[in-house]
Design a protein around this ligand. Sequence first.
Ligand SMILES: [Zn+2]
Length: 408
Amino acid sequence: MVRPRSDRSRPTPGPRPRGRPLRGRRPGLLRARAGRLRRPGRRPTGAVCAPGCRAKPGHGGGRRSGRDGGARLVSAVARPPWVERALREALQIQRSHALLIAGPSGLGQFELAQALMAAWLCEDHAPGSPACGHCAACHLVGQRSHPDATWLLPAARRVALGWEPVEESSSKAKPSQEIRIDEVRAVLGFAQSTPARGVAKVIGVFPAEAMNTIAANALLKTLEEPGGVLRFAIATEALDELLPTVRSRCQILPLRMPPREEAAAWLEAEGVKDAAALLTLAGGQVLRAQAWASAGWDVSKLHALPRAVAQGDLGAWSAATPAQLIDLLQRLVHDLLAVVAGAPAHYFAGVALPKVRHAAPLQRWAASLREARQRSDHPLQWALWLEALALEGQHALRAACQPINSAA
Ligand SMILES: [Zn+2]
C-alpha cells in the first residue's frame, strides 16, 4: 500500500498550451504561464469543479466567499500556526499516496488538507515545503480552478463554502450532509483521467465520515491502487467512524489540539473579543470559536443560554442553524450532568448554572438532543422546532432542579 512517489511511473502529461511539453521549471516558463492565466471567476476549459456540482459549465465555481477564497488557499499567512506545523511535518514524513488527517473538530482539518493538496500541485517549491503561492499551479489552486484537483464534500458543505449556488441546491431539498455514491463515482472518473499539468492529481475528502458505507466502498479500490500521480488528502473529525478498510489504506496524520495560549492568541489576532472565554465555551475548538464570533455570538450571548433555557425562550437563537443550537444545548447538558456528579463545568465554566440536583431528567434531555441532532438536517418548521427545544429544555431543568426529596 505504501507507495513512495519516486517509485511510481509518471504518465504522459496531457495537452500543453501551444502544444509545448513541460521540460523543466524554468522561471521564465512559469511566468509566461502565469501571464496567460484566466481572470478569477472564469474556469478554464476542462477545469474540475466540486464533485456533484450542478451549476452550468463556466459558472466559475459559484460565489467565492469564506476562508477558502482566493490566494488564501495557498497562503501561509492565513493558516493557524498549529496547522502550519502539521503541514510541514506531514510534508516531511509523508510516505503514502493517501494521507488521513484526523483530530478533534474545529482545529483546521479542511485547511490542512487544502494546504497539502496545494503543496502536491505546486510547480515551483522545494521538496518537503509548502506550496510557493506564486507559481501558475498555485494561482489555479487559489482560484479553485486547477484541472488536477477535486474535492469530495457533502452538498451542504459546498453550499456553506460558497462553492455551489444556494438557489440551485435548495430548489428541491435541503443540501445533503452526506457524501453520496454518485459524487464518489464522479470523482472516480476524474481519477482515471490523464493529469493536465503532469505534476500530480489530487483528491480532497472532507469530512471522510460523511461517506456512507456504499460510498466509502466505492472509493476503496482507487484508494488502494491509485493510478499514476494520484494522491488523496482525506480529513476526518471522527476517525472511529471510518471503515477500517479506509483507515488501513491511508497514512494517518494526527492534528492535535494547540496549546490554549497559542489558540487564544491566534483568535485575538483574528479580531475575536474575549478569546479565552470563547475558547472555553468551544471546548478548545478554535475554528468553531472563530465561527461563533463571525456569526456575532459573543461571550455574553453564549453565557445567557442557560438562563434562556430556564425561561423557555430561545428566540434570541432563531438565526442559528438547528445543528448549531443543538450543539450548544448539548454542551450545556454535558456541564449540568457534570455539576450533578460534583464535577466542575467544562464549557460554561464560571457561568451561574441552574442548581440541578437530579441526573435522570438531564439524561433524558441529552438522549432527546442526540436524536434531534440526527434529524437536524430536515427541520420542516424551524420556528416550531425552536419552541419545542426551548420547552423541552425548560421542563428538563425544572425537573432536575426539584428538591432532593421530590420525585425526579
Ligand atoms: Zn507554487
